[in-house]
Write a protein that binds this ligand. Structure first.
Ligand code: ATP
Length: 123
């Protein structure tokens, strides 16, 4: 049990590091908070919440793995190397892909009810 709590502490330190030191991570967290507020305002269904939360989690997890890859590459290869470039670029590509899908899914889920609120308000 003591070991588990210690491991939780290390994991929490990793999350705190990413939020404190990675600008992109802070942007993802802020966008996720805004989407959660918007979702609450639009009274989404349970399935819509699950899909939104999964996509936001995917982006944040991808960003954290990207940060870990960057740190390991910087440690293993401070000098320039083609493999170091590939590792960093592939990890960054994973974040970009996850973010693009999240934007797409966000539009599909939030777009119609938001449009309904906007058009109902203008009548
Ligand atoms: N050791 C290296 N060897 C070869 N290319 C590298 C190396 N380190 C970085 N690069 C290239 O430079 C790009 C930018 O690297 P950098 O370390 O600044 O990461 P970043 O993606 O800008 O991350 P950050 O989120 O910290 O700004 C990488 O995506 C990669 O293409």
């Amino acid at each position: 049990m003591k070991k588990f709590i210690r491991s939780l502490g290390f994991a929490w330190a990793g999350i705190a590091f990413a939020v404190q030191n990675e600008r992109h991570m802070r942007i993802h967290v802020l966008v996720a908070a805004a989407v959660i507020l918007l979702g609450a305002f639009l009274s989404l269904t349970g399935v819509e919440w699950v899909m939104l939360l999964l996509t936001m989690a995917l982006v944040i997890v991808a960003e954290m793995v990207n940060t870990a890859v960057e740190k390991v590459v910087d440690l293993a290869s401070p000098e320039r190397h083609a493999l170091a470039k590939t590792a960093k670029d592939v990890a960054a590509g994973a974040v970009l892909l996850a973010a693009c899908f999240a934007v797409f899914i966000g539009f599909i889920i939030l777009g119609p009810p938001l449009w309904h609120v906007i058009t109902a308000g203008s009548q």
